[in-house]
Design a protein around this ligand. Sequence first.
Ligand code: UN1
Length: 509
Amino acid sequence: MIDAILKTFKITAQHSGVSTGLKWLPANGDTLTSSSPVDGKVIATIQAASRENYDAVVATAQEAFHEWRMWPAPKRGEVVRQIGEALRRNKQALGKLVSYEMGKSLQEGYGEVQEMIDICDFAVGLSRQLHGLTMHSERPGHRMYEQWHPLGITAIISAFNFPVAVWSWNSMLAWVCGNVCIWKPSEKTPLTAIACQRIVEEVFAANQVPEGVCCLVAGNRAVGEWMANDTRIPLVSATGSTRMGKSVGSAVGARLGKSLLELGGNNAIIISQDADLDMSLIGAVFGAVGTAGQRCTSTRRLIIHESVYDAFTAKLVKAYGQLRIGNPLDEAVHVGPLIDQDAVAAYLDSIEKVKQQGGTFLVEGGQLQGAGYESGCYVKPCIAAVQNFYEIVQHETFAPILYVMKYTTLQEAIAMQNDVPQGLSSAIMTLNLREAEQFLSQAGSDCGIANVNIGTSGAEIGGAFGGEKETGGGRESGSDAWKAYMRRQTNTINYSTHLPLAQGIRFDL
Ligand code: UN1
């Protein structure tokens, strides 16, 4: 299976990880090894970018920008439309590669490619709607308006958990806005990035898109640091851990560049006494174990009303007993592996900390061993009863560990939901309108995403995606997130025969 997919995307056993669009550069940086957490096998090795490769890519991208920004936005949208078509044709192959290289279930692999297709459609429409406002000038014979211009190079740093979709949210919007992109994919998932580059290169060749509009620079942390410190790059969009985001954000901030940060979450669902418990169960379990708990939006905490706590946790324990953990390419499987053994170690360490800090397990965790689990990356989703203030509960562990806790009043539940450093996604399960509205009010959830009767994960692309506090404050994907990829310009035009000054100032010569 994997050989056929690699062939589809023309990925060889040793592949350059540096491209400016159609040209693959002879890369001479570190060697990255892509191995699958599914079976532990090495899929291919990738030559990462050296500093010299990186500088060559930036120079090509800078030049491409001068041409690309002059293409009418709807023409850029037409190119993105064709990328969407190419993704439709390649959905199976790319979805499977995502599943095999990253370890998420096949359905989620396809779902991720679907998000890419959806954002292409969104960006195509957007390419005719990048509009500003007009306003009334205080001076006679004057017109005032604002318009949006592209920024230049957009650097995209993406994480392993959504190895391709998050790149597409950024690049498709950045392109219709007239920017050129340089992508540093996660060093854990370089092959899916190469596959995307292959899909784009065909479309770009057919449309004579200038070399340098879609660039790839595979590499490790150093490449991200070059980008963050590079004054030739006006915007760095980074998705990943809060630690990484603080380092990127402060380097970009020190040079007064723009950064768009989408960092960790510590997402909770409040399960009210007025919740539909069966529906809540699906949202909670999918949120906690989907993608093996490796989404930014994964459900980490359930804040459950004391009157339904026993009934709901009993349902949870039963549901966890039915989970099938194994090869994610098998469509009957719910939970695949973690990304690598370091992630397993972090998961085991968190379980120890939960115990040390006073938590008790309703469903025990642990690493799985034996047939089918040879890669050493498979773990058991687990549930622990905890207190919200435990240090480990305040921390985002990228693994399927679900914390449950009790509340008495809604106010208390909302305070617990907000009392973590992160602020990405949140939800309340309730059929009570008053509760739902309080949760959504300014005194409610402090997160970028707040849902009612939906879990915390699985956001649609049409909304702005991102969160507050340590989540970084950036918004990607839908709504008016495109504005982050453009610069705003206010224009005042005088069509009168006089030059009146604003604020009524007289300046007679
Ligand atoms: C992420 O985990 O970085 O809402 C993105 C979701 C997906 C995207 C998650 N649409 O779960």
